[in-house]
Design a protein around this ligand. Structure first.
Ligand code: SF4
Length: 331
C-alpha cells in the first residue's frame, strides 16, 4: 500500500511499534495530531476526497478498551490494534461509524491490548472466543505492522480459548508457519467475482482468497467462510450460484470437512449513499428502493419478501454444494 502522508500522535514514538513505523515510512511527510479521533483537517474534507483520504496513515494509541458482548461467531468483540482500512468496499460497515474518516488507523499500544485479552480469557470457566478483527482487516494491517506474527503465537502460548478475525485479503504467507495451536480461527469473506471487482474496491480477488483459505487450513488453522455481505443485484441468483460452484470446486476437502459458514445480508445507509455518489459517481448503485426498507438511523436492509426467499436460496446452495459445512448464522 502506498501512503501519501502520516498523521501521528507524538507519544507513539515511545512505543517499539511507533519507532518501527517511523523508520519504515521516514520518506513520507509526518504531521502531528492531538488525537486520532478528531483530526479537523480530515472532517473538513469533502466526500469527493474519500479515495485520497484512504491513502493517509493515522497512528495513535487506543484509549478505550471496552469489550462488547457478541452472540454470533464470538463471545466478545475486542477493540484491537487498528480501525479502518485502505480498501474501499462501497458498503463498508466502518463507514457507518467513521463516515469518510474510515482510513487506516494503527494503534501502537499492542502490548497493553494483548495483555488485557490474555487476562480476560482466564476470567470465565468455559473457553471463550474473542473477535479481534471487527474494526479493521487484520491481514491487511499485518502487512504494515506484522502484529499478527506477535499476537497469534502469544495468544497460543499464554491465552485461553480462541481468537478470530475475518478478512478479504490473501496475504497469509507469513502466518503459515506460526505456532498457533489451533487457537486462531481464520475466516475468509467471499462474494461473487463481479461484486468483488465492482464493489469491494482494493481487496484481493476471489481466487486468491480461496488459495489463502486452503493454505491456512493446511497449516492447521480452523477455517470459516463468510458470505458477506449478500448483495442482491439484478442477476443475483446466477452470481451466487457461480460463487458456490467455485467454492465447491476450489476449496480443498480438508477445508470442506471442518467448514463453518456465516451469511450476512447487506445493510446500506444514507452515509454510504452520500459518500459513494460523490466519490464514485460511476460505481454501481447499491440502494434499491423497491427491494430495501428503512432499518432505523438512516440504514436500509432488504425487505422481508425479498430477503426470505433469498435466504432459502443461499441455504439450498450450501446444502447442495457444501453439504458438510455448518451454517453458524444467517443475519
Ligand atoms: S475490506 Fe473490510 S474493512 Fe476494508 S473497506 Fe472492505 S469491508 Fe471495510
Amino acid at each position: 500500500m502506498k501512503f501519501t502522508s502520516v498523521y501521528y500522535e507524538p507519544n507513539i514514538l515511545n512505543y517499539h511499534l511507533g519507532q518501527k513505523l517511523y523508520n519504515d515510512y521516514s520518506d513520507l511527510p509526518w504531521y502531528k495530531i492531538d488525537n486520532h479521533n478528531r483530526i479537523e483537517e480530515m472532517t473538513n474534507k469533502s466526500n469527493k476526497e474519500f479515495a485520497n483520504m484512504k491513502r493517509y496513515l493515522i497512528i495513535g494509541t487506543r484509549k478505550t478498551h471496552k469489550y462488547v458482548i457478541n452472540h454470533k461467531i464470538s463471545d466478545y468483540l475486542v477493540p484491537f490494534t487498528s480501525s479502518g482500512c485502505t480498501a474501499m468496499c462501497l458498503y463498508c460497515y466502518l463507514v457507518c461509524n467513521y463516515n469518510k474518516c474510515s482510513y487506516l488507523r494503527l494503534f501502537v499500544n499492542r502490548e497493553y491490548m494483548l495483555d488485557k485479552l490474555i487476562n480476560t480469557s482466564y476470567k470465565y470457566e468455559r473457553q471463550l472466543t474473542f473477535e479481534i478483527g471487527s474494526n479493521s482487516d487484520l491481514i491487511l494491517e499485518n502487512t504494515i505492522t506484522q502484529n499478527l506474527l506477535y499476537v497469534i503465537p502469544e495468544f497460543a502460548n499464554n491465552g485461553n480459548g480462541f481468537i478470530t478475525f475475518p478478512t478479504k485479503f490473501d496475504m497469509v504467507e507469513p502466518l503459515l508457519t506460526l505456532d498457533h495451536k489451533g487457537k486462531t480461527i481464520f475466516r475468509m469473506s467471499v462474494n461473487p467475482k463481479n461484486i468483488i471487482r465492482k464493489i469491494e474496491l482494493g481487496t484481493s480477488s476471489l481466487e486468491k482468497r480461496i488459495v489463502a483459505a486452503n493454505n491456512m487450513c493446511e497449516a492447521g488453522y480452523p477455517v470459516g467462510i463468510l458470505i458477506a455481505p449478500v448483495i442482491l443485484l439484478d442477476n443475483w441468483q446466477k452470481q451466487y450460484e457461480e460463487l458456490f460452484d467455485f467454492l465447491a470446486d476450489s476449496l480443498t476437502d480438508k477445508v470442506k470437512k471442518q467448514l463453518s459458514i456465516e451469511v450476512i445480508f447487506m445493510t446500506y445507509s444514507y452515509i454510504h449513499r452520500a459518500i459513494n455518489n460523490d466519490a464514485f459517481p460511476n460505481a454501481l448503485e447499491l440502494y434499491n428502493p423497491e427491494m430495501m426498507t428503512g432499518r432505523g438511523r438512516g440504514k436500509y436492509c432488504y425487505r422481508e419478501n425479498i430477503r426470505i426467499p433469498a435466504e432459502s436460496f443461499i441455504r439450498n446452495q450450501i446444502k447442495q454444494k457444501l453439504p458438510q459445512a455448518k451454517i453458524i448464522y444467517i443475519s
